[in-house]
Design a binder for this molecule. Structure first.
Ligand code: PLP
Length: 412
């Protein structure tokens, strides 16, 4: 940051403050992670200087030979990672990856069947405040009110009744395994396409720790910055015969010049994800989530669906008489970053909520294991049970800082 400190000290100061926040606290937001030095270097590189509209070998600008090489590597590595026939690495985000599939394979006004936002789905799956709810008709399934898990029988009934063009599966806040085969079979039964949005669980799918959607469903979309641990961005995979329309939908359909510095960093991320250590990392994410979930439950807190199969868990704070907002704020004071989240059968607004979403990808990247999860689980429970007690929260904060100092954010 030596140049920045000289030319723009205001921004350099903000970045330093954020570095300290990340270093001194515990990041338990399920959709966040800590990228490698190599990913950071690629993102901050001169690859940002270039316009490269089009695709490798078919660009609208001269001088793209090295950008072609970078994008080809990114595509090939992503295909290898998931066993995909086709990949597009240009979507600027997960939302835009989804948008490309809708634009390519739906007419305006056709119907999406997807998971409700307040039961775990994502805005880009059909919320009225997103383009999806404005451009398309939307029907939505939830979880079974008793088990708080997906009920494929009900989803099948809905699919038969609603006759959607695309069935979307995949979620932002669902702690259980998703049966992609079942979703594709439901879609096949009603002549619909199936889109699996694996943004959250992509790292688990790539390493076989959650069933892979690629080769099972028609389209897989993902973000690259969650369990995949890459730069912020999106990607799309499908069989080769469905790829041409996706390419056209991404560019020129809905984006201009690709973010080539990000695509270069995606290539680095996919290379890292192909290493055996990435599987070990994802195994540890799951082990950590299980121990954290057990610790929270042992401390009297209720988890939606009674536990977790993946990297995240949802805490239901109804019995404690607390809102997600209150708990998020108190934990923030203790240096533990989480986000308030709606839970199944939510009665409060998304700005207040009755739940918290907690995930282990970022703390696992810092090298924390089961022993640290037991400590963190106990501290979360302590703060929730003593939400008015500033001294207790301060005490937890001191412990959080002491633990964080033992797990460097960017080990050399
Ligand atoms: N899909 C799912 C399941 C997500 O959880 C998210 C983000 O949290 C997205 C899509 C959107 O990704 P982005 O924020 O990159 O648009």
């Amino acid at each position: 940051m030596s140049y920045l400190a000289k030319t723009d000290p205001a921004i350099a100061d903000i970045i330093e403050k954020e570095r300290l926040r990340q270093t001194n606290g515990l990041e338990l937001i399920a959709s966040e992670n800590v990228v490698s030095h190599a990913v950071l270097e690629a993102m901050g590189s001169i690859m940002t200087n270039k316009y490269a509209e089009g695709y490798p070998g078919k660009r609208y600008y001269g001088g793209c030979e090295f950008h072609d090489m970078a994008e080809n590597l990114a595509r090939d590595r992503l295909k290898q990672l998931f066993g995909a026939e086709y990949a597009n690495v240009q979507p600027h985000s997960g939302t835009q990856a989804n948008m490309a599939v809708y634009f390519a394979y739906m007419k305006l006004g056709e119907k999406i069947l997807s998971m409700k936002l307040n039961q775990g789905g994502h805005l880009s799956h059909g919320s009225p405040v997103s383009f999806t709810g404005k451009f398309y008709q939307v029907a939505q399934y939830g979880v079974d009110p008793k088990t708080e898990m997906l009920d494929y029988g009900i989803i099948e009934e809905m699919a038969k009744k609603e006759k959607p063009q695309i069935i979307v599966c995949g979620a932002s806040a669902y702690p259980r395994t998703i049966d992609f085969k079942e979703f594709q079979s439901i879609a096949d039964g009603v002549g619909a396409y199936c889109l699996a949005d694996i943004a959250h669980i992509a790292g688990l799918c790539a390493t076989g720790l959650h069933p892979n959607s690629v080769g099972v469903v028609n389209f897989t979309t993902t973000t690259t910055h969650k369990t995949l641990r890459g730069p912020r961005g999106g990607a799309i995979m499908c069989n080769a015969d469905l790829g041409t329309l996706i390419d056209k939908a991404v560019f020129p359909g809905m984006q201009g010049g690709p973010l080539m510095h990000t695509i270069t960093a995606k290539a680095v991320c996919f290379h890292e994800a192909l290493q055996p250590s990435f599987k070990e990392y994802n195994k540890q994410i799951i082990k950590n989530a299980k121990v954290l979930a057990e610790t929270l439950m042992e401390n009297g807190l209720r988890l939606v669906s009674g536990g977790t199969d993946n990297h995240l868990m949802l805490l239901d704070l109804t019995e404690q008489g607390l809102t997600g907002l209150e708990a998020e704020t108190a934990l923030g004071k203790a240096g533990i970053t989480v986000n308030k989240n709606t839970i199944p059968n939510e009665t409060k607004s998304p700005f207040v909520t009755s739940g918290l979403r907690v995930g282990t990808p970022a703390v696992t990247s810092r090298g924390m294991k089961e022993a640290e999860m037991r400590l963190i689980g106990t501290w979360i429970a302590t703060v929730i049970k003593n939400i008015q007690n500033e001294a207790t929260i301060k005490d937890v904060h001191t412990k959080v800082e002491a633990l964080s100092s033992k797990f460097t954010l960017y080990p050399e």
